[in-house]
Ligand binder design. Structure first.
Ligand SMILES: Cc1ncc(COP(=O)(O)O)c(C=O)c1O
Length: 414
């Protein structure tokens, strides 16, 4: 058995991880063209229109609306669906704050469903348990590029007449039984922030097939201005509140160039993640992220779980040993479930009042507490998260596998 690097042995990861340039001449050319238009306003220039057309074609959907961020895209989706005070929106608690921010800004209440222990995505059974007569929408997060159980979720949603938003911020070109994640629910939402598969610095995209939803979403992202109307007065015939979440032509220009690279990026990540799973599955006490039969993940990150008893080591110790081998990793993902953040525990969304949690529309006390979603908490306490990058090489993959096997074998004695 080779000596762990943690105890002075040789590192399993011997070479630096592969890197590469995400932006090049293609982005520069697009930016140049955008600037030469002499306007950077999305409605006046051509780049945002081109981006919408290209993304809608790629996803084979009718409509696309751009926004200033992924958080904004989800807020726009909720606004388009008419989510408001008195409504409940069910989502999952292991995600980015961006999933829930729009719910609260609409003065609605986030309700958290538990996760499947192996896919880390929404457990349809838990979803069904959380539905009430106030449930207006579901936000399904396809975590880390892995598609959630959409057939079950859609069946439940349709049965109860509830709309479905797919949060695809981490899941570009992920396939659920041959269908693209983001095209199965009512609206799919994407992020163009700098940490995602593709980046425009910041930005977001909503896709949908319903024409009415499209116009509502379009207006909601732009102060409820009706830019399509031939009647100039319609622009400021504002019926209700909507934010300014406009993208700029500069972001759209970069995103256009990035879209050409998206398939390559997702395929590289898919191959890396699937090969890693194949190589480490069955190691004592290690459970790999489950990609359901027929699905394809674009692995925004790679997260596996440690069963301390079988692995012979705690999750934290495994994580440290792996880091010492030269494989950067994080124990868990976010520090706790979202509902354990101070905002929820103290019901302090608007910094000083209890709104929307104390709204009379609910007729019950709303509370968030540790233990709400036990499986989600268990996942965060037992997971190790590895970075995935499209520039990683075969050698990176082999050395990472070697490092995991080495640490596993040392502690499990197998
Ligand atoms: C699952 C998920 N939803 C929403 C968001 C919000 O996206 P943005 O940072 O572009 O606002 C993120 C970003 O981290 C995310 O990972």
């Amino acid at each position: 058995m080779s000596k762990l690097a943690l105890f002075g042995g040789e590192k399993a990861k011997k070479t630096p991880f592969g890197t590469g340039k995400r932006f090049g001449d293609e982005e520069l050319q697009q930016l140049k063209e955008a600037l030469e238009q002499n306007t950077l306003f999305y409605w006046s220039g051509s780049k945002t229109k081109e981006l919408c057309k290209k993304f809608a074609d790629m996803y084979n959907v009718k409509y696309c609306v751009t926004t200033s961020s992924g958080t904004a895209a989800i807020h726009v989706a909720l606004g388009a669906l008419g989510v408001t005070e008195g409504d409940e929106v069910i989502t999952t608690p292991v995600t980015d704050m961006g999933t829930v921010i729009g719910i609260l800004y609409q003065n609605a209440i986030p309700v958290f469903a538990d996760l499947d222990p192996h896919t880390y995505n929404m457990d349809p059974k838990s979803l069904e348990e959380k539905i009430t007569d106030k449930t207006k929408a579901i936000i399904v997060v396809h975590l880390a590029g892995n598609p959630a159980d959409m057939d079950s979720i859609m069946e439940i949603a349709r049965k109860h007449g509830i709309k479905v938003i797919e949060d695809c911020a981490q899941s570009y070109l992920s396939y659920y039984k041959g269908r693209l994640a983001g095209t199965i629910g009512d609206i799919g939402c994407f992020s163009l922030n700098d940490f995602k598969h593709i980046s425009a610095g910041d930005g977001g995209i909503c896709i949908m097939n319903d024409e009415d939803l499209y116009y509502k979403a379009f207006r909601f992202a732009d102060k409820n201005y009706d830019r399509f109307s031939k009647d100039p007065a319609a622009l400021r015939r504002i019926e209700f509140l909507a934010p300014n979440y406009r993208i700029t032509e500069l972001q759209s220009a970069v995103a256009l160039a990035q879209l050409d690279k998206l398939e390559w990026i997702c395929n590289r990540r898919n191959a890396y993640g699937d090969k890693l799973s194949e190589a480490i599955k069955g190691l004592p006490g290690i459970s790999i992220p489950k990609i359901e039969e027929g699905n394809k993940s674009s692995y925004w990150f790679y997260m596996f779980r440690i069963d301390e008893n079988e692995a012979g080591v705690s999750r934290d110790e495994f994580s440290k040993a792996l880091a010492a081998e030269g494989v950067p990793n994080q124990p868990g993902y976010i520090p706790t479930c979202i509902y354990e953040y101070d905002l929820f525990l103290n019901k302090n969304a608007y910094n000083g009042t209890k709104a929307p949690f104390d709204s009379n529309y609910y007729g019950k006390e709303i509370n968030y507490f540790k233990g709400m979603c036990p499986t989600a908490e268990e996942i965060l306490n037992t997971a190790i998260r590895l970075t995935v990058n499209e520039f990683y090489t075969e050698q990176d993959l082999e050395e990472v596998i070697e490092a995991i096997r080495k640490v596993s074998s040392y502690y499990s004695g197998k």
